[in-house]
Design a protein around this ligand. Structure first.
Ligand SMILES: NC(=O)c1ccc[n+]([C@@H]2O[C@H](COP(=O)([O-])OP(=O)(O)OC[C@H]3O[C@@H](n4cnc5c(N)ncnc54)[C@H](OP(=O)(O)O)[C@@H]3O)[C@@H](O)[C@H]2O)c1
Length: 311
């Protein structure tokens, strides 16, 4: 009999791409049947999942009483939170703990938590405001103390961030500019989030082997200059990089916060000082190579066709 894999965030990017992967992978689809969790079983994304054979169950991470039924009977649970919906560390920590507690209570074997490293710890207390990293790390610490096989999925910077809200902007001279707070030498771990299943497959195939392991998930580290060179190569348009200051960037962060954040990225990158070695280890575990930046750009063309440019 197949094992049940319950996926939180099934209608979103991480959970949705895990479901796509399991459904299309001959080995995993023999082992696992799927359940997707959503707050709205009638929305188009939920109906589409149902049509593809996924059991769709309604539950809310903010209502712990709904979670035991959501995970009941599962062999494995993938738990992801959306920090940005309420932008509260306390809410994200409560959601993560509630999904973990429910998983333990009903006897789930494997829990995969979508985690991130604690920036407060990595920076030795110098940067304490990257809440959505610290809160995921706090849940990871909690899960590490629970009697369940656990593994951690740490997503790099989504390549998809650049499809919509971080797309290069046109300039009057026909070129385009990507403006970010990163210094030009920053090393950004880029992940095509549709590759989620490639990274989770080894864990789902051999949970005991990966008990307690954290997967550092990205194709590679890229500098901002490599990112813009990719666009130039693929589109033939000149794309430049500009390091933006606090005013143009996140207005919620003070100048001092921005400076510290940029310094953190330049010093140790997103995954901290062990990030390069951790990514190397992770890539050695997976069977299918993740998508390189230029390939992602090609797959998501056209980029600037809607913009009039003379370049
Ligand atoms: N963007 C990046 O570069 C990046 C990198 C690393 C990590 N992350 C992290 O990724 C997380 C978001 O994951 P994603 O990109 O997969 O999100 P997403 O595409 O925005 O989808 C969010 C999913 O979470 C579900 N959800 C949200 N609140 C819920 C609740 N209270 N109860 C039940 N389900 C709930 C939604 O389901 P319904 O709406 O159907 O209920 C939806 O399926 C964030 O925490 C972010 O910090 C992002």
């Amino acid at each position: 009999m197949s094992r049940l894999l319950t996926v939180f965030g099934a209608t979103g990017q991480q959970g949705g791409s895990l479901i796509n992967y399991v459904l299309s992978n001959s080995e995993l689809s023999k082992i696992y049947r799927l359940r997707g969790i959503t707050r709205d079983i009638f929305k188009p994304a939920s109906v589409a999942l149902k049509k593809r054979g996924v059991e769709v169950i309604q539950a809310n991470q903010n209502e712990p009483s709904t979670l035991a039924a959501a995970v009941e009977g599962s062999y494995a649970v993938f738990a992801v939170t959306n920090y940005w919906e309420q932008a509260s560390a306390a809410v994200e920590i409560a959601q993560g703990k509630a999904m973990a507690d429910a998983s333990v209570a009903v006897g789930v074997t494997l829990l995969i938590w979508s985690s991130l490293p604690s920036v407060t710890e990595m920076s030795k207390g110098a940067v304490t405001f990257v809440e959505h990293f610290d809160s995921k790390a706090a849940v990871e610490t909690y899960i590490r103390g629970l009697p369940i096989i656990k593994a951690f999925f740490m997503a790099g910077w989504y390549m998809q961030n650049h499809i919509h809200f971080m797309r290069p902007k046109p300039r009057d001279d026909g070129s385009f500019v990507l403006a970010q707070t990163w210094g030009p030498a920053a090393r950004v771990p880029m992940l095509d989030i549709t590759d989620t299943g490639k990274f989770l497959a080894p864990i789902l195939l051999d949970p005991a082997k990966y008990d307690g392991k954290a997967f550092t998930c990205a194709t590679d580290f890229y500098t901002p200059l490599e990112l813009v060179d990719g666009w130039t190569k693929v589109t033939g348009k000149k794309v430049l990089y500009e390091q933006s200051g606090p005013a143009e960037a996140n207005k919620n962060l003070t100048a001092e916060m921005q400076h510290k954040l940029m310094k953190k990225l330049a010093d140790s990158s997103y995954f901290g000082p062990t990030g390069t070695a951790d990514l190397k280890w992770t890539l050695a575990q997976i069977k299918e190579a993740p998508t390189p930046w230029v390939e992602f750009l090609r797959a998501n063309e056209p980029w600037f066709s809607d913009v009039k440019s003379s370049a």
